[in-house]
Design a protein around this ligand. Structure first.
Ligand SMILES: [Zn+2]
Length: 220
């Protein structure tokens, strides 16, 4: 009986490797020109190793499913489930899909999903609110800060953390308005807060929401 496998050759590969790929197939990776018959022979001699690889693959899959089924994160203020997938980074009605083999990769994937969402949502919303309140700015950038939701420099460049996409849209508006208000007053004086209040009368509730947010279960 012969074991089914896929021979994958590459110019760059110097050694042979046996592995179970993401769809569960056995792959024989070898340098270019490696013969199929020779690969077959090697596979026949390594049955034990292949069984071990398959068991490890199954265990990893189980671990992944458990990890992903339990994981929930906030998107626009609502808890959504993170699903495991091999290929795509996506936000759907059923939750967020990210590739990954372990928690670290999943977290990186989530950062990518949130960053993409931030790029889609924030610049457009800043433009709308700036127009509404007659305030100018130069550029919107997206960063990854854990410490600050947003900031604005004297040149009018506004920087937001992708982590902002976790919070309620009303509160995102407040952060945008806060940064736009710095275009009028470049500090946190009483004058500044008066400008904020004119544009967002419930800003104090928003500040409280932001203070409490990082302590929530599921906050990234
Ligand atoms: Zn500020």
């Amino acid at each position: 009986m012969s074991t089914e496998f896929k021979l994958v050759t590459s110019k760059r590969r110097k050694h042979i490797i046996l592995r179970i790929n993401r769809t569960g197939e056995l792959e024989f990776c070898a340098p270019e020109g490696f013969s199929y018959t020779k690969a077959q022979d090697i596979i026949a001699l390594n049955e034990k190793l292949i069984t071990k690889l398959r068991i490890r693959h199954e265990e990893r899959k189980k671990h992944l499913l458990a990890f992903h089924n339990e994981m929930q994160v906030y998107l626009y203020g609502k808890l959504v489930t993170v699903h495991y997938t091999y290929t795509a980074h996506a936000i759907t009605e059923n939750g967020i899909y990210v590739p990954g083999d372990d928690e670290e990769t999943v977290r990186k994937g989530l950062a990518k999903v949130f960053k993409a969402e931030a790029r889609k949502y924030l610049p457009a919303r800043v433009e709308e609110l700036a127009k509404q309140f007659g305030i100018t700015y130069t550029k919107v950038k997206i960063g990854s800060s854990l410490r600050r939701w947003g900031c604005c420099n004297r040149e009018g460049r506004i920087l937001f953390s992708w982590r902002l996409m976790q919070i309620d849209k009303e509160v995102i508006d407040y952060i945008i308005i806060h940064e736009l208000a710095h275009r009028l007053v470049f500090d946190h004086s009483g004058k500044f807060w008066k400008e904020v209040e004119k544009m967002k009368p419930d800003y104090e509730a928003c500040e409280r929401y932001l203070d409490e947010f990082p302590a929530r279960k599921g906050a990234l």
